[in-house]
Ligand binder design. Structure first.
Ligand SMILES: [Zn+2]
Ligand SMILES: [Zn+2]
Length: 334
């Protein structure tokens, strides 16, 4: 098979690799599309250490072509979305159902080979069969959508509440739609004016551009009170975390799902004074089926989100496109 192999930071080569064969409990998937995200970029750039060589790619979909002994949940021919994380299944966290928090969690495309290849071998339990009629670009967004479905669940969003979404990348534009589908009125807040117009098309009732100043006043105006009930932070920058706290009303909830890699200068005075509830939301536990349901029902639209597609041979261009302000989700089609 052909695969994009990362041999060292920024040394990504498309080369011939041995076809993997599935052993017990594993599935072999012919990759149909693999999305790029900030994590891939950090690995490619060397900001996140991995063992080399590595086939990156964790947001991918494909068709099962073979399964090892004992696999019952999928069969050859099934179109699947891959849940690119699997936990140890044995620790206290796993037994409690918190498999997303397992300290021995394995991330496909990060800890082991992933989907920037023609074939990927993964545990069969990572495969979620697609409901009939779901188009490939819809299926491709299942993974980031599952992240957002969990964030909305962590925030316990209720019908009629006001919500602010910080960031208008893939996660933010999905969050706008999920919160709206849950009955919230949504304010989208971002640095990108162009993305904000897309947020509006996808259901944000109001938008605020951070290029014009902080969003607290916009949140007050939008909610008609001291701030919004719920903030979902998707940008993952230290500044965005600070900003998120400014948008919430006293007694409000702030869900952080963007991964801030740098420390943030949060004014905890305001967390206490406003009795804010701060919630982390880490990837997903059992949100893939709900993500697929929202896609199938048309409650979440993805057509405008997949902005670029590149063949595996052109994966270098895909990484360049990921950095361009015009791109939202860049896909590699092996
Ligand atoms: Zn990702
Ligand atoms: Zn575990």
């Amino acid at each position: 098979m052909k695969a994009a192999v990362l041999r060292a930071p920024r040394d990504l080569r498309v080369e011939a690799a041995t076809d993997p064969a599935p052993s017990a409990g594993q599935a072999l998937v012919r990759v149909r599309a693999a999305g790029l995200c900030g994590t891939d970029f950090r690995i490619w750039a060397g900001d996140r250490p991995v063992r080399y060589p590595l086939i990156m790619g964790h947001e991918f979909i494909g068709d099962v072509v073979a399964v090892g002994p004992g696999v019952l949940n999928v069969k050859p021919g099934d179109a699947v979305a891959v849940e690119p994380n699997y936990s140890c299944g044995a620790c206290a966290l796993c037994r409690e159902g918190n498999r997303n928090l397992c300290l021995s969690r394995t991330a496909v495309g990060i800890d082991v080979d992933g989907g920037f290849a023609e074939l990927a071998r993964i545990p069969a339990r990572c495969c979620w069969p697609a409901p009939p009629g779901l188009r490939p670009e819809q299926l491709l967004l299942t993974e980031p959508l599952a992240v957002v479905v969990r964030a909305a669940g962590r925030g316990a969003v209720r019908q009629g509440e006001t919500a602010a979404v910080l960031g208008a990348g893939t996660l933010g534009l999905l969050a706008v739609q999920v919160l709206k589908a849950r009955g919230a009125r949504v304010l989208a807040v971002s640095r990108s004016d162009r993305r904000l117009s897309l947020a509006r098309e996808l259901g944000a009732e109001a938008v605020h551009s951070l290029t014009t100043g902080p969003g607290a006043e916009a949140a007050r105006k939008f909610s008609g009170r001291e701030g919004v009930d719920l903030v979902v932070e998707t940008a993952g920058t230290p500044e965005a975390v600070e900003e998120a706290l400014e948008l919430a009303r006293p007694g409000g909830r702030v869900v952080l799902t963007g991964l801030p890699h740098e420390p943030s200068r949060v004014h905890f005075f305001w967390v206490v004074r406003r009795e804010l509830t701060l919630l982390g939301s880490m990837i997903y536990q059992d949100e893939f089926p709900e993500a697929m349901r929202l896609l199938k029902a048309g409650a979440v639209k993805v057509e405008a989100l997949v902005t670029h597609r590149f063949a595996l041979d052109a994966i270098q261009e895909a990484f360049a496109a990921h950095r361009s302000p015009e791109s939202i989700k860049v896909a590699v089609i092996p």
